[in-house]
Ligand binder design. Structure first.
Ligand SMILES: C[S@@+](CC[C@H](N)C(=O)[O-])C[C@H]1O[C@@H](n2cnc3c(N)ncnc32)[C@H](O)[C@@H]1O
Length: 281
């Protein structure tokens, strides 16, 4: 098969050009390209792709097989259950891709480094191209690691394929690219940005069933709101994620907590009820 036909660009719709200097290119090497179509067309990710903040290209190793049955897997040497993904179609698929200057070749595998926000930040800012290899069956032939520069896991569990981990990575990384999320500020104080989890959020109505929005959030006192939110961050991190809480405490002890919003700074999100908001009638 002509390799030109083996690549599918996901965002084929007419694009509005944005003045984005450096769109990030994802190349996903997957036996199941259809898996990506709907999740990547939706919501903020879909919009970011349309606006060329990033692009996703899907390449199927099966299109690079040379045998009559388009075989991508085979039995393991040494015996054992299951099948192993053959190296040749994966190498051929990767070698058919354009090569941008700062490129990382990522194998999705439960044996890799666990995805987290610092990793997403690094991938969003340090690279022009992320090649994502999705394994299946018992995984890929070990020799594929010769082309891999990083192994990444979604978590300590085993899925049937690398597509869901790849989607999680694409989503988390695109979200950090400038222009994807409306206000850069809304990324700033989220869970994991400050070693503290995010504070509780409320929207209208003020009273829902037996539950009212906390009085302080309706007070218009920005200092009190910021203080309440910060206190909530501390309490919920301490109870839900003692590991993060310890790290936050250690950082707070050793240096200026420049990541932490000042308790007296103005809140960055929900406007005072008297100011205009998109929720106003
Ligand atoms: C059934 S798994 C193979 C697991 C492999 N035998 C092992 O125990 O390490 C098939 C493929 O799914 C993907 N996969 C499964 N769980 C994953 C996870 N937690 N993170 C990233 N990729 C995963 C990988 O691409 C893997 O090659």
């Amino acid at each position: 098969m002509d390799s030109a036909h083996a690549h599918r660009r996901l965002d084929t719709a007419a694009h509005r050009r944005l003045d984005v200097d450096n769109p990030l290119r994802f190349d996903v090497v997957t036996l199941f390209p259809d898996f990506f179509t709907s999740p990547l067309a939706a919501s903020l990710t879909g919009r970011a792709l349309k606006r060329q903040i990033a692009s996703v290209h899907l390449t199927n190793p099966r299109d690079f097989t040379t045998d009559k049955h388009h075989k991508v897997d085979d039995i393991p040497y040494g015996g054992g259950v299951g099948m192993v993904m053959k190296p040749e179609p994966i190498f051929a698929a990767i070698e058919s891709l354009p090569q941008l200057p700062r490129r990382e070749v990522v194998l999705l595998t439960p044996q890799g480094q666990t995805m987290d926000q610092p990793l997403f930040k690094e991938l969003a800012t340090q690279y022009d191209q992320l090649v994502l290899i999705c394994g299946h069956y018992e995984g890929v032939d070990e020799r594929v690691l010769n082309v891999v520069t990083r192994e990444v896991s979604l978590g300590d569990f085993v899925l049937t394929g690398g597509e869901i981990p790849a989607l999680a990575l694409i989503n988390g990384v695109i979200r950090l690219r400038p222009g994807t999320v409306g206000k850069a500020d809304s990324l700033k104080y989220e869970s994991f940005e400050t070693d503290l989890l995010d504070y509780p959020q409320y929207t209208r109505p003020t009273q829902f069933r037996d539950w009212a929005v906390p009085e302080v959030l309706r007070s218009g006192d920005h200092g009190a709101i910021a203080q309440w939110r910060h206190q909530q961050q501390i309490e919920r991190t301490q109870s839900r994620r003692p590991d993060l809480f310890e790290r936050w405490q250690a950082r707070a002890k050793t240096g200026p907590s420049q990541h932490r919003p000042s308790p007296h700074s103005a809140p960055q999100s929900l406007p005072h009820p008297s100011s205009h908001s998109p929720l106003d009638p």
